[in-house]
Design a binder for this molecule. Sequence first.
Ligand SMILES: O=P(O)(O)O[C@H]1O[C@H](CO)[C@@H](O)[C@H]1O
Ligand SMILES: O=c1cc[nH]c(=O)[nH]1
Length: 237
Amino acid sequence: MSTPHIDSQKNDFSDVVLMPGDPVRAKYIAKNYLSNCVQINSTRLMLAYTGFYKNKKVSVMSHGIGIPSASLYVRELILEYNVKKIVRIGTCGTVSNDIKLRDIVISMGASTDSKVNRIGFNNHDFAAISDYNMLHAAVQIAKKMNIEVYVGNFFTTDSFYNDDKNMLDILKKYNILGIDMETAGIYAVASELRAQALSICTVSDHIEKKEKVSSKDRESSFEDMINIALELIILHK
Ligand SMILES: O=P(O)(O)O[C@H]1O[C@H](CO)[C@@H](O)[C@H]1O
Ligand SMILES: O=c1cc[nH]c(=O)[nH]1
């Protein structure tokens, strides 16, 4: 079987999928963290793999950049491949004074400048929230691993390049902790289709301080985030 965007067999995917935006990160995770790993999709180079972590079947697939891309993959995975849980493992920006580069931020919910959730929700504000049980478990796991995590609201934006000072001030005022480009869309699709989703991100940019993690540093600083996500899959039945 296949969908317009995924050319895999019905049982190729686990019921839980780790989803970075970047296909190279999907490949990196598959090769370095999973055993007996096979590639199950390369359509549009949106690489997907299935392997095992501590004997649990796990898939990892990139979702690309932005809500249109990510929500389309999440929808197809849930509807056509019986996926029940999505863990986004991404990068995000921040404007918070309390958060620094490489910190891990977990999105309890996500606001957005995209209209897509409003379009689906009769033009009202939809509160795009994470799955409570996954969120709770991820926080417990991080504590056990001695990894500090921040939990709060995200802002999912359609514009990566946005230096509107007024908007940055508003994000600060409302205590937005992470800025990414997919979480609000993923949470809405998961709510609609009764799946569970959680977004865990590593801070790669401090937008106000104009600091960024070098691309080399990105790889190693992802380790904690990936380990939390993998343990979450094991612990959270
Ligand atoms: O690192 P990923 O998971 O792709 O996430 C972030 O990075 C991309 C922008 O560079 C957007 O997809 C944003 O959400
Ligand atoms: O969406 C994103 C991702 C990383 N850094 C940002 O500033 N924005």
